[in-house]
Ligand binder design. Sequence first.
Ligand SMILES: Cc1cc2nc3c(=O)[nH]c(=O)nc-3n(C[C@H](O)[C@H](O)[C@H](O)COP(=O)(O)OP(=O)(O)OC[C@H]3O[C@@H](n4cnc5c(N)ncnc54)[C@H](O)[C@@H]3O)c2cc1C
Length: 402
Amino acid sequence: MDFDPPETVRPLLEKIEKFIADIVMPAETDVLEHGFAASTTRLGELRAQVKAAGMWAPQLPKDIGGLGLSLVEHGLVSERLGRSPIGHYVFGAQAPDAGNAEILHKFGTAEQKATWLEPLARGDIRSCFSMTEPENPGSNPTLLSCQARRDGDHYVIDGHKWFTTAADGAAFAIVMAVTNPEASPHARASMIIVPTSTPGFELVRNIKIMGDPGSGYGSHAEIWYRGARVPVENRLGPEGAGFLIAQERLGPGRIHHCMRWIGICERVFDLMCSHITRRKIDDEKTLSSRQIAQAWVAEARAEINASRLMVLHAAWTIEKKGFDRARDEVSVIKFYVADVMLRLVDRAIQLHGALGITSDTILSHYYVHERGARIYDGPDEVHKMVVAKRILARYGAERDRR
Ligand SMILES: Cc1cc2nc3c(=O)[nH]c(=O)nc-3n(C[C@H](O)[C@H](O)[C@H](O)COP(=O)(O)OP(=O)(O)OC[C@H]3O[C@@H](n4cnc5c(N)ncnc54)[C@H](O)[C@@H]3O)c2cc1C
C-alpha cells in the first residue's frame, strides 16, 4: 500500500499549495471583509490566473474543461484548496456548482448542457440547489411541499424554499419539486432547472447566519416560487427521478466537503501551534508548556490524521467498488470529520483567548460559517442512526419499520 499521493498529481498538488499560500491566502481577508458580491472583480482576476496556470476545475471531466481528476485525486486537491475559505471558488470547484455540474453532465440533455453546463463549467455563471423548505424537515426530504404542476408543455412551480446556498447572483436554480404526488415517497419529486430570471422566482432575503447575511456566492437565500413557469424540457432526467439523481451528488459531494474540512483543520492546527509557542503566560514560559495545550495539540494531530485516512479510503471505495459499498463509510466521515473540525476550531479559539473571537484571525470566520457542517448534507444524528442500524442489523437487531 502506497500512502504517497499518486505520481500523476504530485506536481499539481505542489503547484496548488504554492498558489494558495502565495496568491489566494493574501487576497482572502479583503474578500471576507467586503463580501463575495463586492469582490467579483478581484475573484475574477484570481480565477483567470488559475485558468492560465492550467489548474481550473480539477473535479470536472476534461470534455467540459476540467482536469478530469479521480475522486481520490480531487480529494487531495480539495484539502489544499480548503486551506483558504475562497480556495474552492477561485479554482472553480465550489459547492453547489460542482455538484450541479456533475449531475448536468450525467443527466442533462444536449440542450441543457449547451445552455447551462458549459457556461457553468467555464465559471461564466453560477447556480444553486433549492431543496430544503422552512416548513418541512430537511433531514427527511421526501416530505416536500413544493409542487411542479404540469400545464401543457410547461411546469408551474409553487413552493417555499430556504437555505438555497449562493442563490444571490445565480443564473439558475435546480429545484426539487413534487411532480408525482401519488407515487411512492422516493419517486414523487423531480429536479427542474429554473432560470432565476423566471417571473415568479422571488429571492426574499439572504438569511443572516449568526448575524451575517453574506452576499453573492457567500450567502444562503430564502426563496418563494410563485407560479414560476418553465418548459418541460427543463426537467433534469426522468420525471420522479429527483431522489435518484440527488444520490449521485451525495457520495462525491461529501468527500469534497470532508477533504475541504481537513484543509481547514490543518490551517487551524498551524495557527494554534504557532500561537501557543509564542504566547507567554509568565516571564519565561509560553502556553505550549502547559499540559492542556499539549494534549489538545496531540489529540488534534491524531484526529486530523485519522480523518484524512478515513476520507481517502471512502473515496477509494466509491471509486473502486461503487457508492453502494461505501455508504457506511461516507456516513461515518460526514459526522466524524465535521466534529473533529469544529472541536479543533473551538479549542484553537480558546487558546487564542480574546483574540480568538475577533476577526483578526480566520478562526471566528470558521466558527460562524462552518458550524453548519454538522447539519447540512445530513445532520450528525441521521448519519449515526443510519450507520448504527446497518451494523446492528448484522447482529440481528429488529428492523425499525418507520
Ligand atoms: C450552511 C448550510 C447550507 C445549506 N445549503 C443548502 C442548499 O444549498 N440547498 C438546500 O436545499 N439546502 C441547504 N441546506 C439545508 C440543509 O440541507 C438542511 O438544513 C438539513 O437537511 C437539515 O434539515 P433541517 O434544517 O430542516 O433540520 P430538521 O430536519 O428539522 O432537523 C433538525 C435537527 O433534528 C435532528 N434530527 C433530524 N432527524 C433526526 C432523526 N431521524 N433522528 C434524530 N435526530 C434527528 C438533528 O439534530 C437535526 O439537526 C443548507 C444548510 C446549511 C446549514
